[in-house]
Design a protein around this ligand. Structure first.
Ligand code: T5A
Ligand code: NA
Length: 213
């Protein structure tokens, strides 16, 4: 059912996880994989540090500026909103988006600071809902051992433990939990199978929806 352009829409695929869980490594491998199969695909990431809002976020993350917890939360959300219409256009014209962090990071990191969960979710309402969330599951202690944290604001073991707990409360039917402590190649193979299945389902006309649903 639906017109041909609708039935060929791209998939919105999000990678989530603690800092150092392997999101960036696996995102780029997925892009190579999909392109190799002849699919139109792009790699996106949040925060998108290239915009004006993104530069404010980047300053905050690198401890070059201080912001109230609510303020930075809304900036992260605004950074997704400024990309929403382009995101929808890309998906509707058949491009699959592999997105490194999304609204779940926004909610998990801010609620880990003690902000109210529903308050954190509210500004995300109306953003596009991912077709698939790949959660790279790693113990905070194991993640901390990987190449050492680089010194950005949230890269601290005790805080990452709280974030891990907050992520646990956000799981829904779109989530697949992947053991992120496996060898990189094993995770890569596991993700390829899940992602291809999702891309084909979206091509067949699965409708786009909005958060939180
Ligand atoms: N944030 C973000 C919010 O608070 N609110 C929001 O709304 C959003 C969007 C952004 C920070 O902002 C917060 C969350 C973050 O704290 P970022 O720029 O996304 O941060 O940076 P990180 O997610 O911290 O990125 P990292 O590069 O640290 O982690 P990745 O991308 O998960 O991991 P990756 O692939 O770079 O790998 C890390 C290291 O581990 C090795 C890699 O080689 C690399 O050295 N590795 C493995 N080692 C062993 N086995 C495996 N399977 C491995 N996979 C990777
Ligand atoms: Na990353």
């Amino acid at each position: 059912s639906g017109s041909n352009s609708e039935s060929k829409r791209g998939a919105l695929i999000v990678l989530e996880g603690l800092d150092r869980s392997g999101k960036t490594s696996q995102s780029s491998k997925l892009l190579t994989y999909l392109e190799g199969l002849g699919h139109s695909a792009e790699l996106w990431r949040f925060p998108d540090r290239s915009t004006n809002v993104g530069q404010m976020i980047s300053m905050y993350l690198s401890n070059k500026s201080q912001l109230d917890d609510h303020t930075i939360h809304l900036l992260f959300s605004a950074n997704r909103w400024e990309k929403r219409s382009l995101m929808e256009t890309k998906l509707k014209t058949g491009t699959t988006l592999i997105v490194d962090r999304y609204s779940y990071s926004g909610v998990a990191f801010s609620s880990a600071k003690g902000l109210d969960l529903e308050w954190c979710k509210a500004p995300e309402i109306g953003l596009l809902s991912p077709d698939l969330v790949l959660y790279l599951d790693i113990q905070p202690e194991k993640a901390a051992e990987r190449g050492g944290y680089g010194g950005e604001r949230y890269e601290q073991l005790e805080f990452q433990k709280k974030v891990a707990k907050c992520y646990q409360g956000l799981h829904d039917a779109s989530w697949k939990i992947i053991d992120a402590c496996q060898p990189i190649e094993d995770i890569e193979k596991q993700l390829q199978e899940i992602v291809l299945d999702c891309v084909l389902t979206c091509q067949k006309g699965k409708p786009l929806s909005n958060l939180w649903s």
